[in-house]
Design a protein around this ligand. Structure first.
Ligand code: ADP
Length: 259
C-alpha cells in the first residue's frame, strides 16, 4: 500500500522464496560476489535452504565461483531449473550465454533478462534467495528492489574512499525504496604478508566501519585480503567450502547473518 501510495510498482514475491536478501556494492571488484557466495553457503551450513541468483548480467561471476556450467533444463511448466553445487541452487546469465560472448545489450534487453532471471526460475522452496546484484545504483538495481519484496540489503565495500562513496549511494538508494540495509561488510581491509606476517592496509583500514556508523547501520565484519580467498574462488571452491574454519573466512561466515 505504501509503495502504491508513493507511485512505485506493485511488488510480487518470487514463487517458493520466503525472503530475498540482496548483496550490493557501489563499485565493481570489491568482493560482492565472493561475499554473496560465502553468505549463501554459510546460511546453508545453518540448515537454511538458500539459493543464489546472479543478477550481474554483464559480468556474471557466480558460474566460476560456484564451479557451474551449462544450460539450465526446463521444468514441466517451462521454468528454468537452477544448476546446483555445494547444495546451493544457482541461476546466472552466465548459464544462458556463451563464455566469451560480449553482452552488449540495450537497456530494454537487460530489463527483460532480469525479468527472466527473477520470474522464470523454479527455485522449489527456499528460506532465502541471495541476489548478487550488479555493481552500482542504476535501473537494474532499482527495478529489482522495486519489483520483488526485498527483506534486506548487505552492502560490500573496500575501505577506499572511492568505493565508500559509491557504497553510500547504494545505501541511500535502498533507503529510498524502503529496503532495510542489514549492514556493511568491509572487504580487503588488511593484507598480511605470508612471509613476514607484516600487516598492510592497502585500501585503508576502517573506512567501511566509519561509514556504517555515519549511516546508522550495522558493521557486519571485516574480510582480509588473502591469497587463499582469491585462489579458491578462481578454482570454483569458495574458501568457505574448502576451509570453513580458516581465519580468513571466520569473520565472513559468522558475522553476516540475518534473522
Ligand atoms: P565483485 O563481485 O564486487 O565484482 P568479486 O567478489 O568478483 O567482486 O571479487 C573480485 C576479485 O577479487 C575476485 O577475483 C575475488 O576472488 C577477489 N577477492 C575478493 N575478495 C577477496 C579477498 N578478501 N581476498 C582476496 N581476493 C579477494
Amino acid at each position: 500500500k505504501q509503495h502504491m501510495a508513493r507511485g512505485l510498482p506493485k511488488q510480487k514475491p518470487i514463487t517458493g522464496v520466503k525472503q530475498v536478501i540482496v548483496v550490493a556494492s557501489g563499485k565493481g571488484g570489491v568482493g560482492k560476489s565472493t561475499t554473496a557466495g560465502t553468505y549463501t553457503i554459510s546460511e546453508l551450513q545453518k540448515s537454511k535452504s538458500v539459493g543464489l541468483l546472479d543478477a550481474d548480467v554483464y559480468g556474471p561471476s557466480i558460474p566460476k565461483l560456484m564451479n557451474l556450467k551449462g544450460n539450465p533444463d526446463l521444468s514441466d511448466n517451462n521454468l528454468m531449473i537452477p544448476l546446483t553445487n555445494y547444495g546451493i541452487p544457482c541461476m546466472s546469465m552466465g548459464f544462458l550465454v556463451e563464455d566469451v560472448a560480449p553482452i552488449v545489450w540495450r537497456g530494454l534487453m537487460v530489463m527483460s533478462a532480469i525479468e527472466k532471471l527473477l520470474r522464470q526460475v523454479d527455485w522449489g522452496s527456499l528460506d532465502y534467495l541471495v541476489v548478487d546484484m550488479p555493481p552500482g545504483t542504476g535501473d537494474v538495481q532499482l527495478s529489482i528492489s522495486q519489483n520483488i519484496p526485498v527483506a534486506g540489503a548487505v552492502i560490500v565495500s573496500t575501505p577506499q574512499d572511492i568505493a565508500l562513496l559509491d557504497a553510500r549511494r547504494g545505501a541511500e538508494m535502498f533507503k529510498k525504496v524502503n529496503v532495510p540495509v542489514l549492514g556493511l561488510v568491509q572487504n580487503m581491509s588488511v593484507f598480511q604478508c605470508p612471509n613476514c606476517n607484516h600487516e598492510t592496509h592497502i585500501f585503508g583500514s576502517d573506512g567501511a566501519r566509519q561509514l556504517a556508523d555515519t549511516l546508522g547501520v550495522k558493521f557486519l565484519g571485516d574480510i582480509p585480503l588473502h591469497l587463499n580467498i582469491r585462489e579458491m574462488s578462481d578454482r570454483g571452491t569458495p574458501v568457505v567450502v574448502s576451509s570453513p574454519d580458516s581465519p580468513e573466512v571466520s569473520n565472513m561466515s559468522t558475522t553476516i547473518c540475518y534473522h
